[in-house]
Design a protein around this ligand. Structure first.
Ligand code: GLN
Length: 207
């Protein structure tokens, strides 16, 4: 079967979007347009049968609080440990980071990626910016990237592959095994390269 730009050998991949907080609908739209089967994830049982999960942009401290309160956090952590492909954008990157340099009081992350992130590293909402980034692993064209109160990766372990950096040198897209994270929001730009890349990783992981 062929999805837009993606060759799969079996059914369409089932991709969940973490839906307790954040820009859920934007990811759902892109994934649906690319031919994935999409569902919202609000509890551990929603993870059943998924081939992949996206954690959107939003507010990581709220995502953290709600996901622990509702028992979704440990379910995602065990799915990650079992190899579920997960892609985190912006707040989602913070959720996947093993370490947060500047958490709010009591804030934890799910972890999985051997990185340290600094929240709001590029300034406040009014300092949001857009740029184009070369990301050889993901696309042969420049990728359009929007940064909104975005985190930067300030340290990464040996298993982490840095996919691209901003001009000032901070890594803003990383991959480690089945985990992918970007500081920016491809879901709001109309540039679907990272979603395509993630779906390809899912297909490879299922392979
Ligand atoms: N600064 C936010 C946080 O800490 C992330 C912003 C975003 O996802 N656009 O979660």
């Amino acid at each position: 079967m062929t999805m837009t730009g993606i060759k799969t050998t079996g059914d369409q991949p089932a991709v969940g979007v973490f839906a307790l907080q954040g820009d859920v609908a934007e990811h759902e739209r892109v994934l649906t347009a690319l031919g994935a089967r999409v569902s919202k994830v609000r509890s551990g049982s929603d993870l059943e049968g998924l081939d992949g999960l996206i954690i959107p942009g939003g507010e990581s401290s709220v995502m953290d609080k709600l996901s622990r309160l509702l028992g979704l956090a440990p379910a995602i952590q065990s799915a990650v440990a079992d190899g579920l492909p997960v892609y985190g954008t912006c707040a989602g990157m913070i959720m996947l980071a093993d370490r947060i340099a500047n958490p709010i009081t009591g804030q934890q992350s799910l972890g999985g990626l051997d990185i340290t992130v600094r929240r709001n590293a590029f300034g406040s909402q009014v300092e949001s910016f857009e740029t184009s980034l070369g990301v050889d692993e993901v696309s042969d064209k420049l990728v359009h990237a929007v940064f909104i109160r975005a985190p930067a990766v300030t340290q990464s372990g040996p298993e982490v592959q840095v996919l691209t950096r901003v001009e000032t040198g901070e890594p803003v897209a990383v991959r480690q095994g089945n985990l992918l994270a970007t500081s920016f929001h491809p879901e709001v730009t109309g540039d679907w390269s990272f979603h395509r890349y993630f779906l390809e990783r899912i297909v490879a992981a299922r392979g």
